[in-house]
Design a protein around this ligand. Structure first.
Ligand code: 3SL
Length: 242
């Protein structure tokens, strides 16, 4: 298995798709997606465009759908939900499909939607993602951070490091054997440095600070936990994760 980390969707090669791709948006899209599916949501369907989301979701029975829209960290007017995983309780999401559009996370998922094995990962479901990789043993895996509007984000990179670190712990691979690019080594170093204080790292991250200004401290706390949900969001048809 060769692992490649890309800090933003824009940095991924455009001429090929990997055997397995993992989109990461710890704050907060992939944390929300994992939470919805763990809470009994029927599926999550992602959109980069809000109008398209409304058009497609209107064909779905209203009692069986939820619409989540986030821009700049805030909820989009007219949508039932923003992008807080804490709002996705079993009472609300059970049996319903979440139609979601966020600033960066949905873009990362769409960038690698041609991969035959597309997963959504966050710190909270890291163990389930690693288990899948160890079973599938894909030759090439891309971990694609969502970043923020085209730039690097600490929280997605530390999650990439958490995944790589766990693979190393469970296999005989050395970092050089696993790493397809230098970003993997630096992600592992970041995770090794911060693994006991991931909340502290999220507080230092620029998007973490943006969310703190929006009063989302509890979201940071929740998203900083590792391995709390045994759920594997995987693409079944384009744009639909189950
Ligand atoms: O950028 C995104 O996709 C979001 O996850 C950002 S936020 O955490 O909802 O603000």
């Amino acid at each position: 298995m060769k692992l490649f980390v890309y800090h933003t969707p824009e940095l991924t090669p455009t001429d090929k798709a990997p055997e397995c791709a993992i989109a990461v948006d710890v704050l907060r899209a992939t944390s929300t997606i994992a939470t919805v599916l763990a809470a009994g949501g029927e599926a999550v369907q992602v959109f980069s465009d809000l109008d398209q989301l409304i058009k497609v979701s209107e064909k779905w029975p209203s009692e069986k759908r939820l619409r989540a829209g986030e821009r700049g960290g805030a909820k989009v007017a007219g949508f039932e939900l923003g992008n807080s995983p804490l709002d996705c309780t079993p009472e609300l999401v059970q049996g319903r499909r979440l139609f979601i559009s966020t600033t960066n996370g949905t873009r990362a998922l769409q960038r690698v939607q041609d991969s035959p094995n597309l997963l959504a990962a966050a710190l909270i479901n890291r163990a389930a993602v690693v288990r899948f990789l160890l079973e599938l043993q894909p030759e090439t895996v891309w971990i694609v951070g969502s970043g923020w509007e085209g730039s690097f984000s600490l929280e997605d990179t530390v999650c990439a490091g958490a995944i790589a670190h766990s693979i190393l712990q469970q296999t005989k691979l050395s970092p050089e054997e696993l790493a397809g690019n230098d970003e993997v080594i630096s992600a592992i170093a970041l995770y090794s440095q911060w693994q006991d204080n991931l909340l502290g790292l999220l507080h230092q991250a620029s998007h973490g600070q943006r969310l703190l200004r929006l009063d989302c401290h509890e979201d940071l706390k929740y998203c900083s936990q590792t391995d709390i949900l045994d759920v594997l969001p995987i693409q079944h048809e384009t744009g639909v994760l189950k």
